[in-house]
Ligand binder design. Structure first.
Ligand SMILES: [Zn+2]
Length: 296
C-alpha cells in the first residue's frame, strides 16, 4: 500500500507535520521522533506530537537521519520546547550542526523554504540555530525503548557521509531517510550526493532487511510488497541516473554546469506544488554530477 498523508501508519508509528516533509513518531514507552523537517514546521510537529502522546514532554528521543536543513530544521525549536529531549545523530552530523558556516547555510535554506511555502505553513518566523547532539550513534547501536521496543541504527552513507537509517524490528519498519532516494514528480530521484558506491551499498543493505513498512524522507510511506519493491526500484533508478549524468557529461565534453542545466530542465517542473525548492534541488544535483564526474 502507498500512503501519501501524515497520521497513523501502523500500531506505534505515525507521520507528523506535512507528508512532503514528515517527522515520524514512534509511540514506544520511550517515544522517538525521527527527523525534524524544516524550522517553520516546528509548531506543527510539536502540536501533532502533543496530540498523539498526550504531552509533548513525553517525547524522549529525536533521532536524525542526516544533517540537511530539511531534516533537522526544527530540531532547535523542539529542543527549546522540550528541554529533556535527547538528540541523536551520526558523529559527522554532530560536528556539522555546530559548525558556524554550515549553520548559516542551513538557516538561509530554512528561511528560503519558509518564504516560498508561507501560504501553506504560515508566517511565524522560526530561526535555525546550532544543535547540540546528545547521543552519537553508529552502526549496530540499538537503544532500548522499553516494552519490547528498540530501534536499530544502520549507517547508510552515500547521500551524505553522516546518513543513518533506523530499523524498528518489532513492526519491521524502516525509516530510510534520503538514503532510500526521494520520490519526486512520479519517479524515484536518487540522492548520491556524497558517494555513488556508498549509496549503492547502503541501498543494498536496506534491501536485505525484512521490511513491512518503509517510511521515506518525503511524500510516501510504503507497506507490504510495495516496500520491498521500492528499494529494488530505487537501486535500478540509481544506476540509470548515473548513466544519464555520464551521457550528458560526454555530450558536453565534461562540462558540469551544462550537465546540471540540462538535467534540471528535464526534471524540475516549476508548476508542481509542494516539491523541493529549486535552490536545494540544484545544490543536490550539482553534488551528484560532481560525484559522477570525479569518479571517472
Ligand atoms: Zn538530504
Amino acid at each position: 500500500m502507498i500512503l501519501e498523508q501524515t497520521g497513523k501508519i501502523c500500531d506505534g508509528l505515525y507521520g507528523t507535520g506535512y507528508h512532503f516533509i514528515p517527522a515520524f513518531l514512534l509511540t514506544s514507552p520511550a517515544p522517538v521522533l525521527f527527523d525534524a523537517g524544516v524550522a517553520a514546521m516546528g509548531p506543527r510537529y510539536l502540536s501533532d506530537i502533543g496530540t498523539i502522546l498526550g504531552s509533548t514532554d513525553a517525547l524522549h528521543y529525536l533521532l536524525l537521519t542526516h544533517s540537511h536543513y530539511d531534516h533537522c530544521g526544527a530540531a532547535p525549536f523542539l529542543k527549546k520546547k522540550i528541554p529533556a529531549l535527547r538528540i541523536g545523530a551520526e558523529s559527522h552530523a554532530a560536528d556539522v550542526l555546530q559548525k558556524p558556516s554550515a549553520v548559516q547555510l542551513m538557516r538561509a535554506l530554512n528561511d528560503n523554504f519558509a518564504h516560498v511555502f508561507s501560504d501553506v505553513i504560515g508566517t511565524d518566523y522560526i530561526p535555525f540555530d546550532p544543535v547540540v547532539v546528545d547521543v552519537i550513534l553508529k552502526e549496530g547501536d540499538e537503544p532500548d525503548l522499553g516494552g519490547g521496543w528498540s530501534v536499530r541504527v544502520l549507517e547508510t552513507p552515500g547521500h551524505t557521509r553522516d546518513s543513518l537509517s533506523y530499523y524498528i524490528p518489532r513492526i519491521k519498519a524502516l525509516i530510510a531517510g534520503e538514503a532510500g532516494g526521494v520520490f519526486h514528480n512520479g519517479c524515484i530521484q536518487p540522492e548520491f550526493s556524497s558517494s555513488y558506491s556508498d549509496y549503492v551499498t547502503s541501498l543494498e543493505k536496506m534491501a536485505a532487511l525484512d521490511v513491512e513498512v518503509l517510511a521515506l524522507a518525503h511524500q510516501r510511506i510504503l507497506t507490504g510488497e510495495d516496500a520491498g519493491a521500492y528499494l529494488k526500484d530505487s537501486l535500478s533508478a540509481t544506476v540509470f541516473f548515473k548513466t544519464r549524468i555520464e551521457e550528458y557529461l560526454d555530450r558536453f565534453n565534461g562540462d558540469r554546469e551544462k550537465t546540471v542545466e540540462a538535467i534540471a530542465a528535464e526534471d524540475y517542473d516549476d508548476t508542481v506544488q509542494m516539491q523541493q525548492d529549486k535552490k536545494s534541488f540544484l545544490l543536490n544535483l550539482e553534488a551528484k554530477v560532481r560525484v559522477v564526474a570525479d569518479g571517472r
